[in-house]
Design a binder for this molecule. Structure first.
Ligand SMILES: C[S@@+](CC[C@H](N)C(=O)[O-])C[C@H]1O[C@@H](n2cnc3c(N)ncnc32)[C@H](O)[C@@H]1O
Length: 228
């Protein structure tokens, strides 16, 4: 078993510290976001249409999106770095499976075991230089033809940018750059959805629906933009 990175340890600590407040604040959050629900529903339909059902909600936080996926008929389980988040998720949704772990090292998940992966505002904290290895792990664990949905902060026409997220440093990605990085890891884009920030939100939201294909593209074709 590899040691967690310093970044993983500090992200877990930052979310442990706010987990109770976060869970209370976001418990019903999806109810107020019809476009976000629509893109998650399209993801769930795609997984089911392909005959699958096993979905990992990576960076699941307090588990309300995992429970939403279960409500859409998927056999969803959650993984998060933060033990406090996972404790709250287990308490709130005792019938569901939640594991402490890092989404770039899914040791309990066999190659091609998953029909879908949702990363809902969870790779936002990943240093851009580390993201290729995260996408490699998503590619390893998804079945060929499996579906990936990424939700993230979009840079709104500007470059990749770090910002002062309330919990810990996060990144805003140009949607084209994030899509290109996923393509490099062996995904094909199916659809994208951008929405402008709502009244309580600071940034444009990006959503990418991708499918896992067979091989891995030459990384030089799609270089990772800065910052490193
Ligand atoms: C902004 S919260 C999003 C939580 C949930 N997906 C939601 O939409 O409310 C980011 C979550 O990602 C988790 N996270 C960040 N990096 C992670 C990693 N490498 N592996 C697993 N979880 C991670 C954090 O602990 C945190 O719970």
């Amino acid at each position: 078993m590899t040691e967690p990175s310093l970044h993983a340890v500090s992200t877990a600590g930052a979310y442990d510290a706010v987990a109770v407040r976060y869970a209370a604040l976001f418990h019903d959050y999806l109810d107020s976001l019809p476009l976000d629900r629509a893109v998650i529903a399209a993801f769930a339909d795609s997984v089911r249409a392909a005959g699958g059902g096993t979905v990992a909600d990576l960076g699941c936080g307090p588990g309300y999106v995992t429970a939403h996926l279960r409500g859409l008929g998927l056999d969803a389980f959650g993984v998060d770095l933060s033990p406090v988040m996972i404790g709250l998720a287990r308490e709130a949704y005792p019938g569901l499976r939640f594991d402490v772990g890092s989404m770039d090292a899914l040791h309990d998940v066999a190659d091609g075991e998953l029909d879908g992966i949702l990363s809902w505002y969870s790779v936002i904290h990943t240093p851009p230089r580390d993201l290729p290895s995260y996408f490699d792990e998503f590619h390893r664990t998804l079945a060929p033809g499996g579906h990936l949905l990424l939700g993230f902060f979009e840079s709104g026409g500007g470059p990749l940018d770090a910002f002062d997220h309330k919990v810990t440093t996060a990144y805003r990605w140009p949607i084209d750059d994030l899509a290109a990085l996923a393509v490099t890891a062996g995904f094909t884009e199916t659809a994208r959805m951008l929405r402008e920030p709502g009244p309580e939100e600071r940034f444009r939201r990006g959503h990418l629906l991708m499918t896992r294909d067979g091989g891995r593209r030459d990384a030089d074709e799609f270089p990772v933009p800065g910052p490193s």
